[in-house]
Design a protein. Structure first.
Length: 114
């Protein structure tokens, strides 16, 4: 499975971005789909994840600002990011977990200026 992220960029604080992650196979094979981020010098952290049952979990600092969604027909997962803050600056990676494997995209850079 290949995951290709897009939509990152440079934005001012308070702005919005929508990240996309297109998968090379159907999302129906996934047990979970998620977005993670990694800032320089920090560990990769979970941003948002949706399980097979459709329940979405968000990291506390993004609750109310970020929204994860999926379009099964397009094999694509989205992360709508509003009210961006400088501390959201990181490389954002898409993740798909299946019954047997864990897949990652190469990521897309998000930079929020103050």
């Amino acid at each position: 499975v290949q995951l290709v992220e897009s939509g990152g960029g440079l934005v001012q604080a308070g702005g919005s971005l929508r990240l996309s992650c297109e998968a090379s196979r159907s999302l129906f094979f996934s047990r979970s789909l998620g977005w993670y981020r990694q800032a320089p010098g920090k560990q990769r952290e979970l941003v948002a994840v949706i399980g097979a049952g459709g329940v979405t979990t968000y990291e506390d600092s993004v609750k109310g600002r970020f929204t994860l969604s999926r379009d099964n027909a397009k094999n694509t997962v989205y992360l709508q990011m509003n009210s961006l803050k400088p501390e959201d600056t990181a490389r954002y990676h898409c993740n798909m977990r299946t019954a047997s494997n864990d897949y990652w995209g190469k990521g897309t850079q998000v930079t929020v200026s103050s």
